[in-house]
Design a protein around this ligand. Structure first.
Ligand code: HEC
Length: 181
């Protein structure tokens, strides 16, 4: 009866309780060791030594400076008053945010126009009240002046748009004080 082929097939390598114990123990320990090994492999593999792959690149990155200087083309065509206004000034002046004199609002602009063009440009360049210098923008002084002209003219003034080297006929905002918005 011992040679029953059916019994043989089911008898594995585990023949007694001691072997069973060892088998159970190993079935826990081996996966744990494999996992530890994988973790170590992944951690070490993800950081190649400095300059391992591309020494030039690694060096350039290590030496990279913190700040950056942007070289701007001083001869770029200046933006017109309307472009400056739409790009920067409209954020506050279109709706009168933070008590900014609203675009086309003659009553709000009147007293400021009375101070004269120079004073308004000065205020726009250096900031005034809630308005940061240049309205928080990054423009050429002539561009700011054009933005001022654009807004002032929309509120009834008749300033000429300041001309810079590149003459542009943009930004004419002649109006009878009618609100644009
Ligand atoms: C963050 C909002 C804001 C932006 C953006 C802004 N302004 Fe103003 N601006 C104001 C406020 C507020 C005042 C009123 C300041 C005061 O009288 O205290 C003002 C006032 C002015 C005045 C009148 C100054 C005076 O003499 O009383 C001019 C001119 C002006 N802005 C031009 C500009 C131009 C040009 C731009 C775009 C380049 C611009 N502003 C962008 C908020 C802004």
């Amino acid at each position: 009866m011992s040679a029953n082929p059916h019994e043989e097939a089911h008898a594995g390598p585990i023949k007694n309780p001691k072997q069973l114990l060892i088998a159970v123990f190993l079935s826990f320990v081996i996966p744990v060791l494999v996992i530890i090994g994988l973790v170590m492999f992944v951690n070490s593999g993800s950081k190649p030594g400095p300059g391992a792959a591309n020494p030039e690149m690694a060096k350039a990155q290590r030496l990279q400076k913190v700040g950056q200087v942007e070289i701007r083309d001083a001869n770029r065509p200046l933006r017109g008053g309307e472009a400056v206004y739409n790009g920067q000034c409209a954020a506050c002046h279109a709706a009168g945010v933070a008590d900014a004199p609203k675009f086309g609002d003659t009553a709000a602009w009147g007293p400021r126009l009375a101070h004269g063009f120079e004073a308004m440009v000065e205020a726009a360049l250096k900031g005034k009240g809630a308005m940061a210098p240049q309205g928080g923008g990054d423009f050429n002084d002539t561009e700011i002046a054009r933005g001022v002209v654009f807004m002032a003219n929309a509120a009834g003034a008749k300033f000429d748009e300041p001309q810079a080297p590149a003459a542009e006929g943009e930004g004419e905002g002649e109006g009878e004080g009618e609100a644009a918005k």
